[in-house]
Design a protein around this ligand. Structure first.
Ligand SMILES: *Cc1c(COP(=O)(O)O)cnc(C)c1O
Length: 355
């Protein structure tokens, strides 16, 4: 499919002070769009000036949560080359999310090509500072213009770009996390393993309550027994218990993170054993009480690796690794960001230049 390019006649001024970028508040000059109609498939692939969408008030996405998204980053490597990290994985996951939400499949190779075209056009928006990046948000919405509940026959796929500041501008500060025992994020058979907006809509309340108590995010338990560890708000979770690294197995309600997958591949390639299994709250609490919970970290595209300093459950609070980043967490952060920014060799072929 051909991509039509309509250049923005009024390009915006690039943000002067990269330290003030924050996350997801500034957008570039262009966006990618294409439409899908039942019986016709995807059509009208185009890059257009960034602007508000015009949407019918009865649009499916607005009423029935017919929405999925992805999140990845473009980095300016030490050589100046702009690169993506495993973009094929994002579009493969988007297709799995689409299947769950009865949205149409993308041509994954075409989606990567469209993304590269867009990033190339807005390449000057990729920030330069240490740790900064261009955050990429592909998303798909069902957009039928009537209120009946049914499979969609009109869909839009869009990619927007947002230059973002360093997640760790003040250095890697461990986060404090609260185990949520009331609300649940997902259940097997539901949409937990799909990256869809609805999962987030349902989790905001618990996040707000945690924040009121001084915690950065919640750690979710399984939705059936509330006995097993699942994941953090927007990150997967890993632990080092008594010298062994473990993470909850993908069970149908956990989002299969690409950072998670990359860490597992990295550790296993080095001969380090990693267990993917059920981890019960009991096991975690006992390990924490006995001083065997050596490290805990979240992993996801935004922060890459985020050490957990304190873990709270009801009225118990445990300090992990002295409230500081532990050696395994630091090693994983340095290695993954080293590969992403071109400071370390990319022996897995994960880094994709935008050219
Ligand atoms: C996106 C996401 C993650 C992390 O996935 P990455 O591909 O590593 O960025 C983890 N949990 C949830 C709920 C997510 O939405």
């Amino acid at each position: 499919m051909k991509i039509d390019i309509f250049r923005n006649p009024n390009p915006a001024e690039k943000p002067g002070d990269e330290s003030k970028l924050g996350f997801g508040r500034v957008f570039t000059d262009h966006m990618f769009l294409m439409d899908w109609d039942k019986g016709r498939g995807w059509h009208d692939a185009r890059i257009v000036p960034f602007e508000n969408l015009s949407i019918h008030p009865a649009s499916t996405a607005l009423h029935y949560g017919s929405e999925i998204f992805e999140g990845l980053k473009a980095y300016r490597e030490v050589t100046g080359q702009v690169c993506l990290f495993r973009p094929d994985e994002n579009f493969a996951r988007m297709n799995r999310s689409a299947a769950r939400m009865a949205l149409p499949q993308l041509d994954e190779e075409f989606a990567v090509r469209a993304l590269k075209e867009l990033v190339k056009l807005d390449e000057d928006w990729v920030p330069h500072g240490e740790g900064t990046s261009l955050y990429i948000r592909p998303f798909m919405i069902g957009d039928d213009e009537h209120l009946g509940v049914h499979g969609v026959s009109h869909v839009r796929f869009i990619i927007i770009l947002s230059p973002s500041g360093s997640y760790y501008a003040q250095g890697i500060d461990p986060v404090d996390i609260m185990i949520e025992d009331e609300d649940v994020r997902a259940v097997r058979g539901g949409t937990g393993e799909a990256k869809c907006g609805g999962n987030y809509g349902a989790s905001v309340r618990a996040g707000d309550r945690a924040e009121e108590k001084g915690y950065a995010q919640v750690l979710w338990l399984d939705g059936v027994e509330r006995k097993y560890i699942e994941e953090v708000g927007s990150m997967n979770i890993m632990f080092k218990i008594d010298g062994k690294i473990c993470t909850p197995a993908l069970n149908g309600s956990i989002l299969p993170g690409i950072t998670r997958k990359s860490i597992l591949a990295l550790l296993r390639s080095e001969g380090t054993e990693v267990e993917e299994r059920r981890i019960s709250l009991d096991e975690l609490m006992t390990a924490a009480q006995n001083g065997k919970l050596e490290e805990a970290w979240g992993c996801g595209t935004a922060a890459v690796v985020s050490p957990v300093g304190h873990l709270a459950y009801q009225d118990q609070v445990f300090e992990i690794s002295g409230g500081k980043i532990g050696p395994t967490t630091q090693y994983l952060y340095d290695t993954l960001t080293g590969i992403q920014w071109g400071r370390l060799p990319d022996k897995f072929g994960w880094v994709v230049p935008v050219e």
